[in-house]
Write a protein that binds this ligand. Structure first.
Ligand SMILES: Cc1cc2nc3c(=O)[nH]c(=O)nc-3n(C[C@H](O)[C@H](O)[C@H](O)COP(=O)(O)OP(=O)(O)OC[C@H]3O[C@@H](n4cnc5c(N)ncnc54)[C@H](O)[C@@H]3O)c2cc1C
Length: 415
């Protein structure tokens, strides 16, 4: 049914991760009646065990030229944080070839500039949610990047300079070895230099996204659990076909994270999405942790979580439904153990694998598809938690007004 002003009155959101639920919440804000369908439930995908960083200041595009050299070396090192299985999956190799073609500074700058409007408003979009019924805290604390040498620290400092040159200055301070130890009491003697990054937040991501789901329900959404197999237009709007359900509405949003390709491709979206799988687990610690710790040399992010530390890392290009590989967890521990003292690695819990939805050009897919009334939202890669709420806000604006916000131009799914 169309509203008198022409905007949709009802929408089905497929996927109850941070992106889908944020779209649902902001659609409700604009008076749209929402049904959310997920094959499992709230925060069942990448939105659960990620590092929880709402850190737009560190949202550095992945496609640096150095990634190419690093990726090639990783191919022959099973313990490397980047893992590309030497399989015969032609889709993966074609994706990686496209990704490699974007590992240039010109593409990097394009991604950094495209992300500016998302990064500028990502924390504010969280504040809108928590001020209006999403009952979960966001924590404001300094982030500390720690390095084995001042030379290593310069790599991050140069990246922050590039980000500033692209229009996103990041508040940060270089730390001496002594300052680093004050800031990160867990730092081992192997760590010698640090950079403190201010103005960022963190959350317990699964808990936050579940609270967002509860808020969407409290505002009147219908929740269904089913696997969606198709989305199409019909005379009155759209029809979402699930394995044991058919739902009609005026509009649909496909926000299925790393599982986006199937439904999105049929809607004319040609940019592929691949699962960049990451692992996390929680460990007890013997010293206090004041804020997130970033260990760029190990490519690991650590976040205070439930009195301990959630440790997250690895980028493994594999099927999003493949089982967890314990060897990847062992590789993370082997790389971080020398850098942190007072961590009870043996007592880890919540061992988890989840899939970052990665696009070859580093830009998310947010907006209309070839099927009238069908939209996609996903492909945020490393930064979908931080950018999820602002994505939901901008997409809800596009769906209800029929106009693509300028901030979404670079994310057009039909590019
Ligand atoms: C180890 C790790 C650490 C990370 N750390 C951070 C971080 O600190 N900060 C940050 O900003 N980002 C981080 N990320 C990235 C972030 O987690 C993702 O970008 C984000 O969660 C993607 O959200 P989403 O809603 O698009 O997808 P998901 O959360 O994966 O949600 C997709 C949903 O779709 C459902 N679904 C799939 N197919 C179907 C279907 N056919 N029918 C119905 N439902 C379906 C799934 O069940 C799932 O619930 C990290 C990721 C990993 C893996």
């Amino acid at each position: 049914m169309e509203r008198l002003d022409g905007g949709p009155r009802s929408a089905v959101v497929v996927g109850a991760g941070v992106v889908g639920l944020a779209a649902a919440w902001f659609l409700q804000e604009r008076g749209v009646e929402v049904t959310v369908v997920d094959r499992t439930g709230f925060a069942a995908g990448a939105s659960w065990g990620n590092a929880g960083w709402i850190a737009p200041g560190l949202a550095i595009p992945l496609n640096e030229p150095a990634v190419l050299r690093y990726g090639l070396r990783s191919l022959f090192d099973p313990a490397a944080p980047l893992h590309i299985p030497l399989t015969a999956d032609p889709g993966l190799w074609s994706f990686l070839t496209r990704f490699a073609a974007h590992c240039r500074w010109s593409s990097w700058s394009r991604v950094a500039k495209a992300n500016l409007p998302l990064n500028e408003e990502s924390i504010e979009a969280y504040d809108v949610l928590t001020a209006n019924g999403v009952e979960a805290p966001t924590v404001d604390a300094p982030f500390t990047a720690a390095f084995t040498s001042a030379r290593q620290a310069r790599t991050l400092l140069r990246e922050l300079e590039r980000l500033a040159a692209a229009g996103q200055p990041v508040e940060h301070v270089e730390l001496s070895t002594a300052d680093l130890r004050d800031q990160v009491p867990l730092a081992s003697s192997a760590l010698a230099a640090g950079v403190r990054i201010d103005g960022q937040r963190f959350v317990a991501p699964g808990e936050f996204v579940q609270a967002l789901g509860r808020a969407v329900v409290a505002r009147g959404a219908t929740i269904r659990t089913s696997v969606v197999v198709g989305v199409r237009a019909d005379n009155a709007g759209v029809v979402v076909r699930a394995k044991d359900d058919v739902i009609s509405a005026d509009a649909a949003v496909v926000a299925t994270g790393a599982w986006l390709p199937g439904l999105a491709a049929r809607a004319g979206v040609r940019t592929p999405v691949r699962a960049g799988r990451g692992y996390s687990f929680t460990v007890p610690v013997r010293k206090p942790v004041h804020g997130p710790i970033y260990l760029p040399e190990a490519r690991v992010a650590c976040t205070p979580y439930q009195g301990g530390l959630r440790v997250a890392g690895t980028m493994e290009f594999r099927d999003p439904d493949a089982p967890l590989d314990e060897a990847r967890v062992d590789a993370i521990i082997a790389s971080v153990r020398p850098l942190l003292d007072g961590v009870r690695w043996e007592d880890r819990t919540d061992v988890w694998v989840g899939s970052r939805p990665v696009t070859p050009d580093g830009r998310a897919l947010i907006g209309a598809t070839r099927i009238p009334g069908v939209y996609v939202a996903g492909g945020h890669g490393m930064w979908g938690l931080a950018q999820g709420p602002v994505t939901g806000r901008l997409l809800a604006e596009q769906i209800t007004t029929g106009k693509q916000p300028a901030a979404l131009r670079e994310f057009d799914p039909l590019r």
